[in-house]
Write a protein that binds this ligand. Structure first.
Ligand code: NAI
Length: 345
C-alpha cells in the first residue's frame, strides 16, 4: 500500500482521489492544513506527499521530507513555482499534472471577461431585487477589439481560439513563439500598447514576476481590461490599484492574487479582512475576483486525480521513470536523463 499525505485537502478533492487511489492500492491521508515547515511532520510514515498551489515546498521542507523518507512530491497542479525544484534534485522526485483541462481555465477567463464587460454580475444582483434599470450597464462589443495574449501554451491557445470565434483580432507575446501557429506575435511593449483586452497565460518565474507593473500599465490603452487566470505574482497589485484609481485600467478580472495563500479557498465571510489591498480591489466596481477557481470543473478534477495517481505509481514502478517528473535539468535536452528514458536521479 502506497501512503500519501494529501495536504490542503478540500471536500471537492476527495471523491476523485478516493476513487482513483482506491483502484491502485494507494491510501490518502487527507490533511486540511497546508504543507510548510510547521506541518511537514505530518508526512512522517508516508511514501509521498500530494500538494497544491499554496503549499510551501522550500529547501527546509524538502530536507525534512528527505529525512522522513518521503520519495515523491506530487503536485496536483500544473504550476510549480511553490517548489524549490533545484533543491529537490537528488532528494525527492517532483511530479506535476501538466494539463488536466486547459479548456477549464481558458473558458473561465472568458467567463470573467464577459461578466465584467457586459456587467452580468451587476445585472444579476439588480434583477434579484426587481431593479430592472439599465443605467451603468453599458458594455462594449468583443467583435473587432484587439486582445493581447501573454503566453501561448495550452491555455493561451484555447483562449485565442475562443477569442477568434468572437471576431476579435488576436496579438500575442511569448518567450518561445509557436512556429507555424498562425498567431501574430509582437513584442510585449507592442502588445501592451495595442490591446483593448490583455489576458495572462504564462507561468510565474523570476522573469515574469510583476511583469504587469506601473511601467507596463503606463504603456496600456486607457480603459484596457486585464484578465489574470495564471498566477497572482504576474501583477504588481499595488500598481494595478493605482491604475484603476487613475481610470487607466477599465476593468480587472482576477482569478489569482499574489497574496492569495492565506485567503483563497477558505470561507472568510465572518472575518475582518487583514489584506487591505485585496479589500480595496474587491471594493472597486470594475474588479471581479474569483478565488483560484478557473481549474474547477468535473473533467479537470477527474484528470488531476487520475494523472496524480499514475504519476506516483510511475515513480514507484516502471523503473521510476515518470514523464511528468520535474527537475531543473529537464529544460536541457543534453542533460535530461528522462529524455533517455532514465530516472532523473
Ligand atoms: P504552458 O506551459 O502550456 O504555456 C505557458 C506558455 O508561457 C508557454 O508557451 C511558454 O513559452 C510561455 N512563457 C514562458 N515564459 C514566458 C515569459 N517570460 N513571457 C511570456 N511567455 C512565457 O502552460 P499552460 O498549461 O498554458 O498554463 C499557463 C499558466 O496557467 C500556468 O503556468 C499556471 O500558472 C496557470 N494555471 C492557472 C490555473 C487556475 O486555476 N487559475 C490552472 C492551471 C494553470
Amino acid at each position: 500500500m502506497i501512503k500519501v499525505a494529501f495536504y490542503d485537502a478540500k471536500a471537492y478533492d476527495r471523491p476523485s482521489f478516493e476513487y482513483y487511489g482506491g483502484q491502485q492500492e494507494m491510501q490518502f491521508r487527507f490533511l486540511e492544513t497546508k504543507l510548510n515547515e510547521d506541518t511537514v511532520d505530518l508526512a512522517r510514515g508516508c511514501d509521498a506527499v500530494c500538494v497544491f498551489v499554496n503549499d510551501t515546498v522550500n529547501a527546509e521542507v524538502i530536507d525534512k521530507l528527505y529525512e522522513y523518507g518521503v520519495k515523491i512530491v506530487a503536485l496536483r497542479s500544473a504550476g510549480y513555482n511553490n517548489v524549490d525544484i533545484r533543491h529537490a534534485f537528488g532528494k525527492t522526485h517532483v511530479v506535476h499534472v501538466p494539463a488536466y483541462s486547459p479548456y477549464a481555465v481558458a473558458e473561465h477567463a472568458i467567463a470573467l471577461l464577459l461578466t465584467s464587460v457586459r456587467r452580468i454580475h451587476k445585472a444579476y444582483n439588480r434583477t434579484r431585487e426587481f431593479n430592472f434599470s439599465l443605467n451603468g450597464l453599458t458594455g462594449f462589443d468583443f467583435h473587432g477589439k484587439t486582445v493581447g495574449v501573454v503566453g501561448t501554451g495550452k491555455i493561451g491557445r484555447i483562449f485565442i481560439d475562443i477569442c477568434r470565434g468572437f471576431g476579435m483580432k488576436v496579438i500575442a507575446y511569448d518567450l518561445f513563439p509557436a512556429k507555424d501557429s498562425g498567431i501574430e506575435y509582437v513584442s510585449l511593449d507592442e502588445l501592451l500598447e495595442k490591446s483593448d483586452i490583455i489576458s495572462l497565460h504564462c507561468p510565474l518565474t523570476d522573469e515574469t514576476r510583476h511583469m504587469i507593473n506601473a511601467a507596463a500599465i503606463e504603456k496600456m490603452k486607457k480603459g484596457v481590461v486585464l484578465v489574470n487566470t495564471s498566477r497572482g505574482g504576474l501583477i504588481d497589485a499595488e500598481a494595478l490599484l493605482e491604475g484603476i484609481k487613475a481610470r487607466k485600467i477599465g476593468a480587472a478580472c482576477l482569478d489569482v492574487y499574489e497574496e492569495e495563500a492565506d485567503v483563497f479557498f477558505e470561507d472568510r465571510s465572518g472575518h475582518i479582512m487583514d489584506d487591505e489591498l485585496l479589500s480595496r480591489l474587491i471594493s472597486m466596481p470594475n474588479v471581479i475576483v474569483t478565488s483560484h477557481q478557473a481549474f474547477l470543473t468535473e473533467e479537470a478534477l477527474n484528470n488531476i486525480a487520475e494523472t496524480t495517481v499514475n504519476n506516483i505509481l510511475s515513480c514507484f514502478r516502471n523503473d521510476g521513470v515518470c514523464d511528468n517528473e520535474l527537475c531543473y535539468r529537464c529544460g536541457s535536452i543534453e542533460q535530461c536523463r528522462k529524455e533517455r528514458k532514465q530516472k532523473c536521479f
